[in-house]
Design a protein around this ligand. Structure first.
Ligand SMILES: C[S@@+](CC[C@H](N)C(=O)[O-])C[C@H]1O[C@@H](n2cnc3c(N)ncnc32)[C@H](O)[C@@H]1O
Length: 333
């Protein structure tokens, strides 16, 4: 669409029109397997279409768009992955993140205006996920991958005793890592059934089924038990309203021993790195739309902790995952 505008003028939305279209085209390339098909080397358009089982004209038009957006190159041997596409998008590693986020952005943001208009999430993210088992597996897989990077630092920072409660622990990687590091520790992971199916497999693979108990249920409703030394609330409070968080923190305080620790893992509200900071805005809007939550300021989380009987709140920015912090507080001894 030639705009023929004088230099310095132009609709601010036009670059984003291209970016959104580029991301959607990239997602089509991923879902059709184009980047994986080109991992072995360049292919002419008809050969790429034959390998993908797709329409030759549509495939050429998509591939040309992917060249224009910088995902592919076109040379004498046909279409080829760029070096960065080959590195990041041609296998099942990082590409799972784009498969997840493209599904979220292009399938669940359809009613974004309704959430903003009413102040209530137009979507129930966890029901939406439960209806999409592949996306749910990808979501838990992404969190589990992040956990693999964070676990060693979490082991340094999380105070433990004999019993740990992992609220919304899903894939169970944090309980597994902490139990592996502390041979006397036993953990209970509370989550919804689909998430715990993922966690159950990981616990069995780690050979820790005798020390990690999986409890299916709604953490706002089930009896959380008592006598825990530590409770993890990792990536939980940003998916909820402030009011719901205060109520859950009260329940967690009641489940902890005197002097017990609650440890939250949360994204930082603001970050010096521009891309991380912009992502936090996108993440926050998505949390509001799907769960009624947002990325909260550490001060606000600290005020809920103080109001629900915790004290001595400390925040630990993570070296292993810049832009994320652990927040630790204790019940009275
Ligand atoms: C963002 S994930 C965090 C998983 C893990 N703690 C981590 O940090 O990687 C939030 C988890 O809370 C679980 N969850 C959400 N609502 C829940 C509820 N009402 N009761 C129990 N679990 C819930 C989800 O299934 C999901 O596994």
């Amino acid at each position: 669409m030639p705009l023929n505008l004088p230099p310095g003028d132009g609709p601010p939305s036009f670059p984003d029109l291209l970016t959104a279209a580029g991301y959607r085209a990239m997602a089509a390339g991923l879902r059709l397997g184009a980047f994986a098909a080109l991992a072995g080397g360049p292919l002419a358009g008809p050969d790429l279409a034959a390998k993908l089982g797709t329409d030759p004209r549509g495939t050429a038009l998509l591939a040309d768009a992917l060249v224009a957006f910088g995902y592919l190159e076109h040379g004498p041997d046909g279409y080829a992955n760029t070096a960065m596409t080959a590195k990041w998008l041609s296998d099942d590693g990082y590409s799972q993140v784009d498969r997840f986020w493209s599904t979220v952005l292009f399938e669940s943001w359809g009613e974004l205006e309704q959430s903003v208009r009413t102040g209530r999430p137009a979507l129930d993210f966890y029901r939406w996920l439960a209806d999409r088992p592949e996306t749910l597996a990808r979501f838990q897989g992404m969190l589990s991958g992040m956990a693999s990077s964070i676990v060693p630092e979490a082991v340094e920072l999380v105070p433990v005793g004999d019993r740990l409660l992992d609220v919304g622990g899903g894939h169970a990687k944090y309980s597994i890592g902490l139990c592996a590091a502390h041979p006397g520790l036993r953990a209970t992971v509370v989550d919804l059934p689909d998430a715990l199916a993922v966690g159950g497999r990981a616990v069995a693979e780690a050979g820790l089924a005798d020390r990690i108990t999986l409890r299916e249920g709604d953490y706002d409703e089930i009896d959380l038990g008592t006598g825990y030394d530590t409770a993890l609330l990792f990536n939980v409070v940003h998916g909820r309203t402030a009011e719901a968080n205060r109520a859950l923190l009260e329940r967690v305080a009641a489940a902890l021993n005197p002097g017990g620790a609650v440890v939250l893992l949360e994204p930082d509200e603001h970050s010096d790195d521009q891309a991380t900071d912009v992502f936090a805005r996108v993440f926050s809007l998505n949390l509001f739309h799907g769960q009624g939550g947002q990325v909260y300021a550490a001060e606000e989380i600290g005020s809920w902790l103080a109001d629900t009987g915790f004290h001595g709140t400390t925040t630990h920015p993570l070296r292993s995952m810049p832009g994320q912090s652990l927040i630790v507080a204790r019940t009275s001894a």
